[in-house]
Design a protein around this ligand. Structure first.
Ligand SMILES: *Cc1c(COP(=O)(O)O)cnc(C)c1O
Length: 476
């Protein structure tokens, strides 16, 4: 049975998947990680060839939930989560189709869910697991989170209507696209509350952290990628993508991942730890290049985030990086806590000060790069000319960086993650291509469905937020 431990707990108290599902950070401020990784053999991978996404996802998930949630429950939740009512499927069972842009250079579409970003992939499953667990425990959970746009709508769409949860998402007044704003606004009401903070995403995230330290709000749940359930669900699409692009099971692939909070690419790293033959993990950033600087220099340094045309990657610190730190420091919780505390205090921390060579990242397979607005536009045009496909600005960051690493003669497939549909960021698409992207039928007129009172606007103040949460009786 796979047990989870906190990255900052030296006594390594072991928890089960269902124990951590309803929690955010561990009580010591750390993040939950598997104590060891279950292994997928090549024979097991071979056995999944041709399987539906629901089956692939359930197979991977059960390696973590076995002994804590019954296998039959995971099977049923997975079938429901990844059904055609949630994910547009051109071929039944193929939820994350790949398309080839250059020979051996692929884009895997993770954005065919209800809110058109890859966040739906994990959220649709996580919401069902949470509802199952809360029903078992006869509990109600209040979830407070921060979003730069996509987590909010994905979480709200997935949790809307479940009587076991209420959810309140803080989003920045600046930076989100009109489409993202409308998607969340439409979901307001019932168990869904939307707060617009007069500030940036980092202000929202800081507020959530501070509120969760108050005794009245300490037990709230989390739906961002600090929740292990999200990271865990994301492993499945790397398996699904791998099976679609290799000729022979056992061949290696490279993956490229548009990155912000480091959740998506961490799932790829976990897939690699489980035995999926991934050679390089390319971490692509936009102008907010904290991660690119980290992977090229070994120094993790905070810089204020700026608003860019790939706004879901506009972050100044990457929460999930702590999970990689723990791994690199040999599962030493004391060192990890010291590393993170150094970063929190000094706003910068070097691996070298912890006895590690900066090339440790490269040894683990990590590569990185960053992309500017102009490069993003150029990549959108390039992919469009080459293949007729329109990709969104975040995906373009990943594709652009991947192209700099791609060796067409090496015969190693490059698999780029498509993290959102272009319709979410149509102004940037128009700038790149001179026309708007196609709008899927289900999003027609989206913006006109938002009520004027869909968002409560607040300053970035803890007191104001506490008063608001009390006014809507938002506690567990
Ligand atoms: C959330 C998001 C990202 C960043 O993913 P992380 O897991 O935070 O690294 C990239 N692109 C899009 C479209 C997103 O919504």
């Amino acid at each position: 049975m796979t047990k989870l431990i906190s990255t900052r707990d030296a006594s390594a108290v072991r928890q089960t998947y269902s124990d951590v599902l309803l929690q955010g950070l561990a009580p010591d401020g750390g993040l939950y990680v598997p104590q060891s990784f279950p292994q997928m053999t090549l024979a097991a991978l071979e056995g999944l060839r041709g399987a539906s996404y629901a089956v692939i996802a359930a197979t991977v998930k059960k390696m973590f939930t076995e002994g804590s949630i019954p296998d039959a429950v995971i099977d049923a939740l997975s079938i429901d989560a990844y059904s055609e009512k949630n994910f547009t499927q051109e071929r039944a069972g193929v939820v994350t189709p790949v398309r080839e842009v250059h020979k051996n250079f692929f884009i895997q579409n993770l954005s065919l869910g209800p809110t058109a970003s890859f966040k739906d992939m994990a959220m649709q499953m996580l919401s069902r697991e949470m509802h199952y667990q809360l029903t078992q425990e006869k509990k109600h959970l209040a979830i407070l989170g921060a979003t730069s746009g996509d987590t909010g709508s994905a979480a709200e769409a997935a949790l809307k209507g479940f009587d076991t949860v209420s959810i309140c998402m803080l989003s920045p007044k600046e930076g989100m696209s009109d489409f993202q704003y409308a998607q969340m606004g439409m979901l307001s009401g019932g168990n869904v509350h939307n707060v617009s903070i007069q500030g940036r995403f980092d202000d929202c995230q800081d507020l959530v952290k501070r509120i969760k330290q108050l005794p009245d709000f300490a037990h709230m749940g989390a739906v961002n990628s600090i929740n292990f359930g999200r990271i865990c669900s994301q492993i499945a699409y790397y398996v699904a993508g791998y099976l679609q692009v290799v000729q022979t099971i056992g061949d290696s692939i490279d993956v490229s991942v548009p990155s912000g909070n480091f959740g998506n690419v961490l799932s790829a790293y976990y897939a690699k730890q489980m035995g999926l033959p991934i050679r390089n993990l390319i971490v692509a950033t936009n102008e907010n290049a904290v991660l690119h600087r980290l992977f090229s220099s070994g120094v993790y340094a905070l810089t204020p985030a700026q608003v860019t045309s790939s706004p879901s990657m506009d972050i100044s610190k990457a929460s999930n990086y702590e999970r990689l730190v723990f791994d690199i420091l040999g599962y030493d919780a004391v060192k990890t806590a010291r590393y993170m505390q150094t970063f929190e205090k000094d706003k910068t921390v070097a691996l070298a000060d912890f006895g590690m060579q900066p090339n440790i990242f490269a040894e683990k397979g990590f590569r990185s790069g960053s992309s500017s607005h102009a490069q993003r536009l150029e990549t959108i045009r390039h992919v469009h000319e080459r293949s007729g496909n329109v990709i969104d600005p975040h995906t373009a960051d990943g594709v652009g960086v991947a192209l700099t690493y791609f060796d067409a003669t090496a015969n190693i497939p490059m698999l780029c993650m498509e993290t959102a549909l272009p319709v979410k960021f149509e102004h940037t698409i128009r700038q790149a291509l001179g026309h708007l992207p196609e709008r899927p039928e289900r999003f027609a007129d989206l913006e006109s469905h938002v009520a004027s009172d869909a968002f409560t606007t607040l300053p970035p103040s803890q007191d104001a937020l506490v008063a608001y949460l009390r006014s809507i009786a938002f506690t567990q």
